[in-house]
Design a protein around this ligand. Structure first.
Ligand code: G3P
Length: 218
């Protein structure tokens, strides 16, 4: 399973990239706005910090505007992946960009029908938003299960399921259990994955017992 950091905060991304566990980054207009910095400056920095796919979302809603913005974003770095909304224009732009060899992440996916369209449009990734479905009383992980079941019926579908809108470690574990290709998560969730109180307690006990021996290894 690939782990992407869902953030535009270059300090958080740099910190997590140093762990060797980060395979890519996803941003969106809200995450970029939160930085208070110029988009292209942030994008350039992120693309230097992480060698994997860096999703940068267009803000146009028409096909021509999406393609125009995508061209500008693709000039930033070779690992830029264009993020397009799951709308008729987004799917048409996705097809055009995929035909040119550009990687596209089709985002704001909330149904299996939408995910089928993303695959038919040649998306490299589809981003189903599990947290936002959970937020309104739907079962976000059921959508992931449905999409993966459908995609497995069609070997010609090359689209990877990029589980997004992750709220906690169990979303990551369940996504992995289902066989999702990617989990994109806020920095805090990525840091939470490693934590367990019994690990901390066990290590503390090991070190305390070792200290009593008076020995040193290095
Ligand atoms: O990449 C999509 C993700 O940023 C959305 O997450 O928490 O705004 O639902 P959230």
């Amino acid at each position: 399973m690939k782990f992407f950091v869902d953030s535009a905060d270059v300090h958080e991304i740099a910190d997590l990239a140093a762990t060797g566990l980060v395979d890519g980054v996803t941003t969106n207009p809200s995450l970029v706005a939160k930085t208070g910095r110029p988009f292209f400056e942030v994008l350039e920095e992120i693309c230097r910090l992480v060698s994997g796919p860096v999703s940068a979302e267009v803000t146009a809603t028409d096909v021509a505007g999406m393609l125009r913005e995508a061209s500008r974003l693709l000039e930033v770095a070779p690992n830029v992946c264009i993020k397009l909304p799951l709308t008729p224009a987004g799917l048409q732009a996705c097809r055009a960009l995929a035909d040119r060899g550009a990687k596209v992440n089709v985002t704001l996916c909330f149904s299996p029908a939408q995910a089928i369209l993303a695959a038919k449009a040649g998306a490299a990734f589809v981003s189903p938003f599990v947290g936002r479905l959970d937020d309104v009383g739907h079962d976000g992980m059921r959508l992931i299960s449905d999409i993966l079941q459908i995609y497995r019926n069609y070997p010609n579908f090359r689209t990877e399921v990029l589980v997004a809108s992750i709220r906690h470690p169990l979303h990551v574990v369940e996504a992995a259990r289902l066989g999702a290709h990617v989990a994109t998560m806020p920095p805090a969730v990525l840091r939470q994955l490693v934590r367990h109180p019994l690990t901390d307690k066990g290590l503390e006990a090991f070190l305390a017992d070792w200290a009593k021996t008076g020995q040193r290894i290095g």
